[in-house]
Ligand binder design. Structure first.
Ligand code: BV8
Length: 248
């Protein structure tokens, strides 16, 4: 059943000039990237992402964690952005001040053409040294015979994915910019996130406390749904093109 934008959202959209967009795994679902709530498959069936995406798991079994990321990387290489990603590119062009803060590590926003993007949880295609955090170039990774490859930067270092693991701090500058945008925005969109993972999940609530209008897009209710002024129970690819089309 095609969705209709709720009464009042058009007016709010066209009165705004400062927008923050927070996206989560649900934003990438219609491109074929499983969410963190979706059951793991194959080798990972019995493991929760929260158990694999940690420094402790990598310490315990670096090969198992590396192989999990390699499998996710090969899946992400095959996927492309959907209509929702392209609608966000149009919205970025429309609003004076616009920031897209994503929890996703798959670069689909940038692939669609989004520019003002902060990757709060890093990027899965990057590799860094487990001891120094220094970047490791792809050529070193692809030519190495070890799994995971040893680090060229430290004798005890291993290559690890350039993502933020549970228990690790987010990139300070990105978190500062996203928090400032939450405080200053007129409208904050929360798209495809279960609002369970902190500190990213607090951003829409910071916006609410600062008097902004919050628009949630999620097929199922979350902890934010009852407090958002507009909660669209729809998918990202369904709702975002309608929102972009409503911008005059
Ligand atoms: C830290 C990268 C300290 C890795 C990720 C306060 C209270 C409780 C716990 C904590 C707290 N503060 C910190 C914590 C601990 C922890 C945390 O929040 N745990 C949770 C599980 C309770 N947070 C941390 O550990 C953070 N670090 O606090 O460090 C510190 C501070 C300073 C200095 C040193 C240390 C780090 C968190 C980041 C972890 N890394 N990813 C990787 O990808 O492998 S998080 C990862 O999971 C994803 O990036 C994503 O962010 C998160 C999953 O959440 P969502 O994106 O919301 O996705 P989810 O699958 O849950 O839901 C999908 C939603 O989409 C659903 O609602 C679904 O209905 C909807 N949907 C589905 N299809 C669609 C859709 N919506 C629209 N359209 C569709 N088609």
């Amino acid at each position: 059943m095609p969705i209709k934008l709720p009464e009042g959202l058009n007016t709010a959209l066209n009165n705004a000039d400062n927008v923050l967009v927070l996206t989560g795994a649900g934003m990438s679902a219609e491109s074929g990237v499983p969410t963190f709530r979706d059951a793991q498959t194959g080798l990972w069936e019995k493991l929760r992402p929260e158990d694999l995406a940690t420094p402790e798991a990598f310490q315990r079994n670096p090969k198992m964690v590396w192989d999990w990321y390699e499998e996710r990387r090969s899946n992400i290489h095959k996927v492309v952005p959907h209509a929702g990603h392209f609608a966000l590119v149009e919205m970025e062009r429309h609003f004076e001040h616009f920031l897209l803060a994503t929890q996703n590590v798959d670069s689909l926003h940038q692939q669609a053409g989004s520019k003002q993007v902060v990757e709060l949880h890093g990027n899965i295609m990057l590799s860094i040294c487990s001891e120094t955090g220094k970047p490791i170039d792809d050529e070193w990774i692809t030519t190495s015979t070890d799994t995971p490859p040893k680090s060229p930067h430290h004798p005890l270092g291993l290559a690890r994915p350039g993502v933020v693991w549970f228990g690790e701090g987010l990139p300070a500058d990105f978190l500062r910019r996203a928090t400032a945008a939450a405080r200053d925005c007129d409208i904050c969109f929360s798209i495809g996130t279960s609002t369970l993972v902190q500190p990213a999940a607090s951003l829409p609530f910071v916006a609410l406390d600062s008097g902004a209008i919050v628009v949630e897009i999620n097929p199922v209710p979350t902890a934010l749904s009852t407090q958002a002024q507009f909660s669209l129970q729809a998918t990202a690819a369904e709702a975002l093109p309608l929102i972009a089309a409503a911008l005059t």
